[in-house]
Design a protein around this ligand. Structure first.
Ligand SMILES: CC1=C(CCC(=O)O)c2cc3nc(cc4[nH]c(cc5[nH]c(cc1n2)c(C)c5CCC(=O)O)c(CCC(=O)O)c4C)C(CCC(=O)O)=C3C
Ligand SMILES: [Fe+2]
Length: 404
């Protein structure tokens, strides 16, 4: 059987009873498995899992080369680059993102071993060492031929999905020129996987409780994510839909989060989805409102407490440390708002366990097995991206892990 054709045969998530979202909220500790430590089961057909991330500088000398690599040919104004370089310099030239990837790599390793699976977890980046190409070359030299990639971006858009698929295709092409042929599959985008929603909702619920503002009209939940150009959002999604999937996935998560938190705490909470980290020329429209503008208008409306939930990010990297914990926190203080920042899902056990479920799901699909794809809120994203989804609006480049 052709495993690629079979792996598209998945259960319709809209009619599948296993997508029922209403159970298990707050369950954080996975059931202990009899297999315990060690692990002697493989994860066929895969020889390795590669955690694929954005990358970041680890010293002041690495900051400018990193930024040039990120923005190469993308029309980001020099002033914006200088400004972002300053953000990194304020943190000693070291982004926290690589350490967070090391921690996630290790947490994934632990969860796999707990399930008795011995498959190694590698880690490679798009914009800094360890570069994906080098990691895949090392994997090949170590005898590995079939790898599954798991990215650190949950949502659907060019920047958070297809661009990684282009990176994989470029690495595979480079290695093929060296005579090293590998196959790479990718775990589906997981913004709509229940473990991602449930972990976020539990963390936000805890933060609302801790904010200790019993007056519903004085507290707001501020959901925040990375802004992207409107044109990128307009074209985000599988290509057969209406676009705007990036914004829509965030909106849906924000809505179910408000409902669930309200039900858990018996409150009637209000909130909004806002954006941070805009770049690009001012003439180009990006998703709005900016979090800082939003905080100012909340203060004018008599709100006293904000719970800032960074649902767009999976770890406390620079966008969170600078744009939220530094800049937005300053704005909040300036306008007299008490601000609580919710932790990102990071290496929370429930989240990590969900990622390993997704890796196991992808392996089963690659073996041609029928699997259900749990999804909440919304629909499961396809494990093999469809032609033209989340397009590159600049240059058409080859992308791996798709049917195009
Ligand atoms: C959707 C999205 C995510 C996904 C959310 C996620 O995966 O978490 C993400 C993640 C990240 N973005 C990051 C850093 C940067 N992003 C930039 C620029 C841009 N991001 C964009 C979008 C996204 N970016 C876009 C449309 C641009 C414009 C230029 C372009 O089209 O490429 C620039 C250039 C300077 C600037 O203009 O800011 C930098 C330095 C880091 C590393 C942080 C660290 O070092 O800790 C991470 C994880
Ligand atoms: Fe970014």
């Amino acid at each position: 059987m052709n495993p690629e054709a079979a792996s598209d045969a998945t259960t319709d998530p809209t009619t599948d009873p296993t997508t029922d979202p209403t159970t298990d909220i707050g369950q954080t500790t996975p059931e202990p498995q009899p297999s315990g430590e060690g692990g002697d089961t493989a994860l066929p057909p895969y020889d390795a899992i590669v955690l694929l991330s954005f990358g970041g500088p680890e010293s002041p000398e690495e900051v400018m080369p990193f930024l040039r690599r990120v923005t190469g040919g993308r029309g980001i104004p020099d002033e914006r680059l200088e400004e972002v370089a300053h953000h990194y310099m304020e943190f000693g030239g070291r982004s926290p993102i690589n350490d967070q990837c090391r921690a996630l790599q290790s947490a994934l390793h632990d969860e796999l071993r707990r399930r008795g699976i011995s498959t190694p977890v590698l880690w490679g980046n798009r914009n800094s060492e360890p570069f994906l190409t080098d990691v895949l070359r090392e994997a090949y030299d170590g005898g590995m031929r079939n790898v599954v990639a798991l990215t650190t971006s949950a949502y659907s858009s060019y920047s958070s999905c297809r661009q990684y698929r282009e990176n994989i295709a470029a690495s595979l092409a480079e290695l093929a020129e060296e005579g090293k042929e590998l196959h790479v599959d990718k775990v589906r985008q997981y913004a709509t996987h229940p473990s991602f929603a449930r972990t976020n909702i539990r963390l936000i619920t805890d933060a609302v409780r801790a904010a200790d503002q019993p007056d519903d009209s004085k507290l707001r939940v501020v959901f925040v994510t990375h802004s992207i150009p409107e044109a990128m959002d307009d074209t985000s999604g599988p290509g057969d839909g209406e676009g705007n999937l990036y914004e829509h996935q965030h909106d849906e998560l924000a809505h179910v989060a408000l409902d669930e938190i309200g039900a858990t705490l018996d409150r009637d909470l209000d909130g909004a989805l806002v954006y941070c980290s805009r770049s690009g020329p001012p003439s180009q429209p990006w998703l709005e409102p900016d979090i800082n503008d939003h905080l100012r208008s909340l203060a004018e409306d008599g709100v006293t407490d904000v719970v800032v939930a960074p649902i767009g990010f999976i770890s406390d990297h620079m966008e969170v440390k600078f744009d939220l914990d530094t800049e937005a926190a300053e704005t909040a203080q300036e306008v007299g708002l008490r601000m609580t920042r919710v932790p990102t899902v990071g290496i929370d056990l429930e989240f990590v366990s969900g990622l390993v479920d997704l890796v196991e799901e992808r392996a089963a699909q690659a073996r041609g097995e029928q699997v259900t794809m749990p999804a909440w809120p919304g629909e499961a994203m396809p494990p093999i991206c469809r032609p033209g989804c989340c397009p590159n609006l600049r240059t058409a480049l080859p992308a791996a892990c798709g049917s195009d």
